[in-house]
Design a protein around this ligand. Structure first.
Ligand SMILES: NC(=O)c1ccc[n+]([C@@H]2O[C@H](COP(=O)([O-])OP(=O)(O)OC[C@H]3O[C@@H](n4cnc5c(N)ncnc54)[C@H](OP(=O)(O)O)[C@@H]3O)[C@@H](O)[C@H]2O)c1
Length: 306
């Protein structure tokens, strides 16, 4: 198909992990033209067919950013200071609607408040879930929800093993390592699901929930997998109250682990949703052991901990 006749997909977060995965999968699929959106287009020239400025905190930038787009992928970044996910997503939905966008894909997370009957307070999950209704009620011809898992990449990033007081390399976390509660995945594979949804709105464009899940594990299983590959990683369970004061955002992380223990990451039996996501992606997502062998060799884990 010539580039001019291809429909255009505009991707928020194109310079990040989720949006970057979407850009790469759309490019590999070669069915759509891709517009990467960023607050700093000058820094990211060549990232996609087009690179255009968009700032979710400046709604005036969004309509131009979505102009002429058939589809939009939206992710908001809870962890960036000052981010109001509800305000940003509402602005993006409104601008997409005004620009005539047909298919809106929103990267959501489970509603912890509803799942736990108000017991657990995890704003970076529940805040995203509350946006689902806004997407649904906007009345796009098609809309799809994708659910990002616990990134394998976190284990070489924000949750890399640290040097412990006993000299070992490992983790001290407020979680029961024996409980299987984490739906995990290689976030670079999220793009396959999103690109598949844009290509198959008939199968996944009516409010379907598509989680990326490569593995479902306990922390002991994660550590055993890594140690079988040559690591010597330790684990110590620490009280939630102690961990919660250890860095900004730690209380939210601790509460998230309590939720995983009680309800699991996805919060319910998601077998059907995972199967549909894999069908839409056209492939099985990578297992943790496969990802770790390539991306977490012993040397990388040691360097990430420094
Ligand atoms: N880590 C996990 O295990 C995990 C699991 C599930 C869900 N999540 C969720 O994933 C989200 C983060 O996604 P990510 O991992 O892809 O983030 P990331 O790699 O840190 O990238 C953040 C992206 O957001 C864009 N961005 C931030 N503020 C923006 C704004 N005001 N306007 C336009 N773009 C903006 C940035 O674009 P520019 O800087 O180029 O403008 C960048 O591309 C968080 O909300 C988190 O809750 C994380």
């Amino acid at each position: 198909m010539s580039s001019n006749s291809k429909k255009l997909i505009a991707v928020i977060g194109a310079t990040g992990q989720q949006g970057g995965a979407v850009v790469r999968a759309l490019q590999a699929q070669d069915q759509f033209k891709v517009r990467a959106l960023t607050r700093n287009p000058g820094k990211h020239r060549g990232l996609a067919d087009e690179v255009v400025e968009a700032d979710l905190d400046r709604p005036d930038t969004l309509e131009a950013a979505f102009e002429g787009a058939h589809g939009v992928f939206l992710v908001t970044n809870f962890w960036e200071q000052g981010t109001d996910e509800l305000k940003q997503a509402t602005a993006a939905v409104r601008a997409a609607k005004n620009a005539g966008v047909k298919h809106f894909v929103w990267s959501t997370l489970p509603n912890v408040e509803a799942i736990s009957g108000g017991k657990f307070h995890v704003p970076h999950f529940t805040g995203k879930a509350k946006i689902d209704r806004i997407v649904e009620e906007a009345g796009f011809a098609n809309h799809t929800f994708v659910i990002a898992p616990f990134y394998y990449q976190s284990l070489v990033g924000v949750m890399a093993p640290q040097k412990q007081t006993d000299g070992s390399l490992g983790w001290a976390l407020p979680l029961d390592p024996a409980v299987r509660g984490m739906h995990m995945g290689d976030i670079s594979e999220l793009g396959n699901i999103v690109a598949g949804a844009f290509a198959h709105p008939d199968l996944a464009g009516h409010g379907e929930y598509l989680p990326l899940v490569g593995d479902f594990m306990s922390f002991n299983e994660i550590i055993n997998t890594l140690n079988r590959q040559g690591h010597e990683l330790s684990f110590r369970q620490v009280p939630k109250e102690v961990f919660a004061t250890s860095f900004p955002g730690a209380a939210e992380v601790a509460e998230t682990f309590s939720y995983f223990k009680a309800h699991t990451y996805l919060g319910s039996d998601s077998y059907g949703r995972i199967a549909l996501a894999n069908k839409i992606a056209g492939r099985q997502p990578s297992k943790f052991s496969t990802w770790a062998r390539v991306n977490m060799p012993v040397r990388v884990a040691q360097e990430a901990s420094k």
